[in-house]
Design a protein around this ligand. Structure first.
Ligand code: LLP
Length: 453
């Protein structure tokens, strides 16, 4: 397997040349597809997937990519082709998997605290691997839908191990006070009750303690508790086939030399240690670790402006394209695609959206840039496009997936027509009337204007 010396696929092929994704220059891509533009390396994603697959080679396992991190159909198709399964959290994500890789339906786990009856029905008929059930009420609904469809539903209780994982409070999920999962102490009674229902099959147990967790230790602690539950259930005659360790393994947004291979190995070893005695299949739900570092958001500098002591670099990308800095004060490394000589300056990198929260970096040291220059916001492959919006009526960026030396447009740039399409519009007759009013107003104001102005 080809190894990257750096954690990212973006590099300068020669000193002074433009930043490239693999063999493809970001300058060339920006020229061809415009900006802002998401660029991803397919090879990098596949290598990351392989890191987990290799680290877990000693046991039966399935890496279920968390679709929410980046749900592009081409990426789902790519990962499915390398044996990945999928972790979904909505009927929409299920449709994406079925569209991109229908053969992977049996490798899907369905998480989320608010599944609807319609979503459950669709997932049952699609034959997904298991439902990660987050409440007793959901289990009751699952049983009712399964009975109605005369299908047996495989489920895993998502237990809450009450483990603290140090990360941003919005993305920490494993504490008792969070909305996720079922308290681990209540789980045995629920499994026992489910065992009496012929429409339910107790298939596994799942856990997810949060996201962007840098240390392997809390994962080990959570899985130890899960393993205790598995053994306890086994003694009571309930034999679970799967343990789903969730996602959450973090990356280093600051350090491009982050050793992903060592990290994946350390993580897998912690899970293995915690699962001693469990002979079933281990499922993982990584999102960020697989795709974050494969992606960059390429944007063009529109203006460089000075307000008092502060310098603002205004880019054509904004918080609607990448909301992580605004929402979590997340740090994304920003690099010029073609660095200029000269002294670095302290700047704010901001977008055109009308909010002070629309920033990518504050008081950041940046090499000199001029209007027209390209910048790359790194580590933007996960929760970038997936969390984008049309705020300020801004069409979403295009996306390019680079495989070897071949760039492929996997999502065209949205047009304003795309944005307006679902909305009410004045009828044709009305719009003709509006046009007449506009023209007569124009004629009126022309008559009022003094000649020659
Ligand atoms: N499984 C479940 C049940 C999850 O809730 C999540 C993420 C994952 C797997 C994947 O976690 P990952 O491996 O990507 O950390 N928007 C935030 C991250 C939210 C994560 C939500 N759940 C961000 O931009 O940092």
């Amino acid at each position: 397997m080809a190894q990257h010396s750096s954690a990212r696929p973006f590099h300068h092929p020669q000193p002074g040349s433009a930043l490239a994704c693999g063999a493809v220059s970001l300058e060339a891509l920006a020229r061809r597809y415009g900006t802002p533009l998401y660029v991803y390396s397919a090879d990098h994603m596949v290598e990351r997937l392989a890191l987990f697959q290799q680290a877990l080679a000693g046991r039966e396992h399935l890496v279920c990519y968390a679709v929410k991190a980046n749900s592009a159909l081409a990426i789902l198709n790519l990962l499915a082709g390398r044996g990945a399964g999928f972790d979904i959290v909505s009927g929409g994500e299920l449709e994406r998997v079925l569209a991109a890789a229908p053969e992977a339906a049996g490798r899907v786990v369905f998480s989320g605290v608010g599944k609807t009856a319609a979503e459950i029905d669709r997932a049952l008929t699609a034959g997904i691997l298991e439902f990660n059930v987050e409440s007793e009420a959901e289990l009751d609904l699952l049983a009712a839908r399964a009975r109605k469809l005369k299908m047996r539903a495989r489920f895993a209780l998502r237990v809450n191990p009450d483990v603290f994982a140090e990360t941003h409070p919005y993305i920490s999920t494993g504490l008792r006070e969070h909305k996720f999962g079922i308290g681990i102490r209540r789980a045995p009674a629920i499994y026992k009750r489910a065992a009496r229902n012929r429409w339910l099959e107790a298939h596994g147990v799942s856990v997810h303690i949060g996201s962007q967790i840098r240390s392997a230790e809390p994962f080990g602690a959570a899985l130890e508790r899960v393993n205790k539950l598995v053994q306890q259930l086994r003694r009571q005659g309930i034999v679970l086939k799967t343990v789903d360790a969730g996602g959450g393994l973090g990356i280093d947004y600051h350090d491009g030399s982050f050793d992903a291979e060592a990290k994946a190995a350390e993580y897998a070893a912690a899970l293995e240690r915690a699962l001693s005695g469990f002979e079933g299949r281990l499922l993982l739900e990584p999102g960020r670790f697989l795709v974050a570092q494969a992606g960059a958001l390429v944007t063009r500098v529109l203006y460089v402006k000075q307000n008092g002591k502060k310098t603002f670099v205004v880019t054509d990308a904004a918080m609607n394209d990448l909301i992580r800095p605004a929402l979590y004060q997340a740090w994304h490394e920003i690099v010029p695609v073609r660095p200029r000589a000269g002294k670095a300056r302290i700047v704010d990198v901001v977008g055109p959206v009308c909010e002070s929260g629309d920033f990518f970096a504050r008081d950041r040291k940046l090499q000199p840039v001029e209007p027209g220059d390209l910048l790359a916001l790194l580590d933007a492959g996960a929760y970038g496009m997936a969390q984008s919006s049309n705020y300020n009526t801004r069409p979403r960026p295009a996306e390019v997936l680079v495989e070897g030396a071949k760039p492929r447009l996997i999502r065209r740039r949205e047009t304003l027509a795309d944005l307006l399409a679902p909305e009410w519009m004045p009828a044709k007759a009305d719009s003709a009337a509006i046009e007449r009013r506009r023209l007569s107003a124009l004629a009126l104001s022309a008559r009022r204007r003094p000649l020659g102005v």
